[in-house]
Design a protein around this ligand. Structure first.
Ligand code: DX5
Ligand code: ZN
Length: 211
């Protein structure tokens, strides 16, 4: 079980110090919002570039933006190791995945709570990760939606039956208890924001999420 602390819930006035407290987690989850696809605005490539020298973690970049392809290059140049975009935002999903792969970056596909797994079925063979949103994207600190567990189970079933390699990642409302349920449902990686960053003991929280 890998853990991806989401810096959305970190203290933005001291981001470097904040990420240094979560280095035992394998990934660092970076939420990018544009005020258009979601009703909030957060981080751009400049912030990713500023953080890059301070962490060896996988920079897991979650684009919650319209026209994400326009911003692949700036985030890759800034140091993103993998880029996840929302299937709801792209017309030619195949092409977007291929573009990322050509640039040697891992490609992730995300689905909002209302988007069924069937929407992304055609891409599961070549995508590196699927990010299942277990809250409405836009804000940290929301309550986990249990309906998302069914999606993780469905993805796990496809993955096992077809022998696909993608990671099942869950994002939103993750704590020690919901992480356990997601793990049972087949999730490989847990994104957790407020549960980790709202505690002083980040290491303990990462361990609790890991289970
Ligand atoms: C929500 C973001 C999440 C968020 C999760 O749109 O994609 O990554 O940071 O925050 P918590 O863990 O507090 O629900
Ligand atoms: Zn996210």
């Amino acid at each position: 079980m890998r853990v991806a602390p989401s810096i959305l819930s970190a203290d933005f006035g001291r981001l470097k110090e904040e990420i240094l407290t979560v280095q035992e987690a394998e990934w660092l989850h970076i939420d990018v919002m544009d005020g258009h696809f979601v009703p909030n605005i957060t981080i751009g490539p400049l912030v990713v570039k500023a953080l890059r020298p301070h962490s060896k973690q996988v920079f897991d970049t979650h684009l919650m933006i319209s026209e994400p392809e326009k911003y692949f290059d700036p985030f890759i140049k800034a140091g993103s190791d993998q880029i996840t975009f929302h299937v709801e935002t792209v017309n030619d999903v195949d092409k977007a995945i291929d573009t990322l792969h050509k640039k040697n970056v891992k490609a992730g596909l995300s689905i909002k709570p209302a988007t069924p797994v069937s929407t992304i079925a055609p891409y599961l063979e070549k995508v590196d990760l699927v990010l299942v949103m277990s809250v409405e994207p836009g804000f940290g600190g929301q309550t986990f939606m249990p309906e998302s567990l069914e999606k993780m189970r469905a993805l796990k079933k496809i993955k096992d039956e077809k022998g696909y390699a993608f990671d099942i990642v869950v994002d939103g409302g993750i704590n020690d208890e919901t992480a356990k349920r997601c793990k049972e449902a087949g999730a490989d990686v847990m994104v957790a924001g407020s549960f980790i960053f709202k505690s002083k003991d980040r290491k303990a929280r990462i361990d609790e999420v890991r289970g």
